[in-house]
Design a binder for this molecule. Structure first.
Ligand SMILES: [Zn+2]
Length: 127
């Protein structure tokens, strides 16, 4: 393993398996450009725990961004019942992970996730 400094870019863990995180597709299946190998100018290395957390953060950000668009009356990936449902389930899953024993995330707090879940629930009730 010749991963540069040899420690996780998020938590600093050393002497553990590190992986260069290539996120590929985002939660809504869109190509995630910044971390694709050809365009990523500053690849980061994360240990297993942090790469899981990083994926969680990415999904959360995708869902938050789309929900903000939906709330503003713009076209959103969450416009369909199916996607909205899928995103709601994913948020619950994220919330469960963050509240679990392995959950402390360097990227995201369970409070932020809880707020988004509440906002989405309120939106569901209004329709
Ligand atoms: Zn780490």
């Amino acid at each position: 393993m010749d991963s540069a400094a040899g420690s996780c870019n998020a938590c600093g863990a050393a002497a553990t398996a590190l992986m260069k995180l290539s996120l590929g597709k985002d939660f809504f299946g869109r190509t995630y450009d910044r971390l694709s190998p050809s365009t990523d100018q500053s690849p980061k290395w994360y240990c297993e725990g942090c790469s899981m957390q990083k994926n969680i953060q990415r999904d959360f950000r995708d869902i938050l961004g789309e929900f903000d668009k939906l709330a503003a009356g713009q076209h959103s990936s969450l416009s369909t019942q199916e996607e909205f449902q899928r995103a709601s389930l994913r948020l619950r899953e994220i919330s469960t992970i963050l509240n679990g024993t392995a959950g402390r995330s360097p990227f995201l707090t369970s409070v932020e996730v809880g707020q988004l879940i509440d906002r989405m629930q309120t939106a569901t009730m209004r329709t």
